[in-house]
Each structure stands twice: as C-alpha cells, then as structure tokens.
Design a protein around this ligand. Structure first.
Ligand SMILES: [Zn+2]
Length: 137
C-alpha cells in the first residue's frame, strides 16, 4: 500500500478514496480535517464528535492554479510543474474542502458549480494525497 501524505484525513480502500471528518451527534456539524474531542459549533456543548466519511462528490466553489511552489514541507517537482487547486463544496456536509486537482484538469477546464469527484494521486515526492477529478459515471 502506498504511503499517504497525511494520516487520518483520508483513506483509500479498494481503490476508492474517502475524506475523513467528524460529525457531531448533538448538532450535526461536520468538520474536516477531523476534530475529535469537541464540537466547533460555538453554540454546541457536545464533546463527542464521531469519525465520519464525507461525500465523495461536490461542486467547485472556487479554483486557482499554483504557479509558484508551496512552502515546505511541500516537496515540489524539479522543475516545478504548476498544480491546479479546487475548493469543492460538499452539499450534505455544508463545508468546502480544498484539494489538488488531478493532472488531466487545468483551470481552463474548471468552472464554478461544476461537479468533481474525490480520487487520489501522488505528490511529487511520492506519497498519495486526495485529489478532485472528473466524476465517473
Ligand atoms: Zn455540535
């Protein structure tokens, strides 16, 4: 199994990538990354949010391309290849999750409201990270 870039934020099982968040049983607030131990809703006293898999599809809320390499600990490719980033709104959870977009898509292919599906792919130095890609039927 390939190494994941971050432990505990996503899983890949049978080739299917899931983001992991927490859902508060008291008020339903969903957090990503997972936030065990307390609810981030300031009006909620619950302290037992449970780990939850998030929706695998969402709609583009915003997007951009990163023409300069991000700071460490990110390890850029040499020479650096710009990557595309998308902030994708998960309707059921009511949150927006930022992620790198699969290399087959550029900003020219994206538009606000477009549906994307969660997948994963390797960072320049090897470990896998979640990515937003074209939805599969
Ligand atoms: Zn709560």
């Amino acid at each position: 199994m390939a190494r994941l870039a971050i432990d505990g934020w996503f899983t890949i099982e049978d080739g299917v990538t899931h983001l992991l968040g927490t859902r508060c049983p008291g008020c339903g607030t969903v957090c990503f990354p997972p936030q065990p131990g307390f609810c981030r809703n300031p009006r909620c006293e619950d302290d037992s949010p449970a780990l939850a898999r998030l929706s695998r599809r969402g709609r583009v809320w915003s997007y951009t391309n990163a023409c300069y390499p991000p700071p460490a600990p990110y390890v850029p490719a040499e020479p650096y290849t710009p990557v595309t980033l998308a902030a994708v709104e998960l309707e059921r959870e009511g949150i927006v999750v930022l992620g790198q977009v699969t290399p087959d898509l550029t900003v020219a292919d994206l538009s606000v409201g477009m549906e994307l599906e969660l997948t994963s792919g390797p960072l320049a130095d090897g470990p896998l990270v979640w990515m937003w890609g074209r939805p599969h039927a």
